[in-house]
Design a protein around this ligand. Structure first.
Ligand SMILES: C[S@@+](CC[C@H](N)C(=O)[O-])C[C@H]1O[C@@H](n2cnc3c(N)ncnc32)[C@H](O)[C@@H]1O
Length: 289
């Protein structure tokens, strides 16, 4: 079935009122996206941070009158709503559309491929990924920095903890690169489901355990990976430090360049290497003393 889409830019404080109006008009999906340069990172479950002036897009079944809905909205909210767009969309399997933009990605000796695609080199180490609703495809610089670190280091026989696993991409990558076992945790149930599914697809499920943070066993691993956010990494410092064995590595990502010193200060027992940087994001690799 074809669909029609109505879209406009609005101030953040009108997001609820406009969404409610559009739902009452029969909108079957409403999404918000950035309409400028303001970066937002991964929200916690239940949180929906919004840009100051997001672009709202509402999807309707063909048959509604988007011109009339636009005129109603303009009458209610006046010139606070701008940048109007209307279009008819041909029917497509929307949940798979992201794959068109997600091609096999290379991180040194590792390839990350969407389900159904293979790496250009059939002898390469690769993992197949379908992130579902969880964060982590390898396209975000914070994940890419971690994947590059994993691919550049010998992991054979190492134990790994992936703290804030999202899609499980880092735990699964470590396992296909030779780690002996991985423990993955996340606050978000969708992340745990996606991680288990991705481990199964890559034939490493038998070496992976998943749990919520509060159920983490008191173990110390050879390698601890945490791609979260600077504030969370600082708050989690005692936990992540305790999960790293002496001599083991702690890999911290999700940090802006301006935040790197503050994060390092929260981990006094670690010797950090010079940071790796991509698009303003920093990866800190520290060895526990
Ligand atoms: C940026 S995503 C990273 C996902 C994946 N590890 C990657 O590198 O692409 C951060 C993940 O951490 C989870 N998270 C945030 N705070 C957390 C906390 N305090 N404990 C455990 N997980 C947390 C989020 O739910 C999210 O799935």
């Amino acid at each position: 079935m074809p669909w029609c889409e109505l879209s406009c830019v609005l101030p953040r404080d009108l997001a609820d009122a406009v969404s409610e109006f559009l739902e009452a008009q029969g909108a079957i999906a409403i999404t918000f996206a950035e309409d400028g340069d303001e970066a937002l990172f991964e929200p916690l479950p239940g949180e929906m941070p919004l840009w100051r002036s997001p672009r709202l897009t509402a999807l309707f079944e063909l048959g509604v009158n988007p011109e009339a809905i636009q005129a109603d909205l303009a009458a209610r909210f006046g010139d606070k709503l701008t940048g109007w767009r209307r279009q008819i969309l041909a029917d497509r399997p929307w949940e798979r559309v992201w794959l068109e933009h997600f091609k096999p990605l290379n991180f040194g000796r590792l390839w990350v491929c969407p389900s159904g695609q293979s790496p250009p080199d059939p002898n390469a180490v690769y993992l197949t990924l379908d992130p579902g609703l969880a964060f982590g495809t390898g396209t975000h610089p914070t994940t890419a920095l971690c994947l590059r670190w994993l691919a550049a280091h010998p992991l054979s026989g190492k134990s790994v903890i992936d703290y804030g696993c999202g899609s499980g991409i880092l735990a699964v990558a470590a396992l296909v690169l030779g780690a002996s076992e991985a423990l993955a945790c996340d606050l978000d149930p969708q992340a745990l489901t996606a991680t288990q599914e991705n481990a199964r697809k890559n034939q490493v499920a038998a070496r992976l355990r998943c749990c919520y943070p509060e159920a983490m066993p008191q173990v110390a691993a050879d390698l601890v990976l945490a791609n979260i956010l600077a504030d969370a990494l600082i708050a989690l410092a005692p936990t992540l430090a305790a999960h790293t064995r002496p001599g083991g590595w702690l890999i911290l990502s999700g940090i802006l360049e301006s935040q790197a010193e503050a994060v390092k200060r929260a981990y006094p027992g670690f010797a950090f290497r010079p940071p790796a940087v991509e698009d303003g994001w920093v990866l800190l690799a520290g060895q526990k003393q």
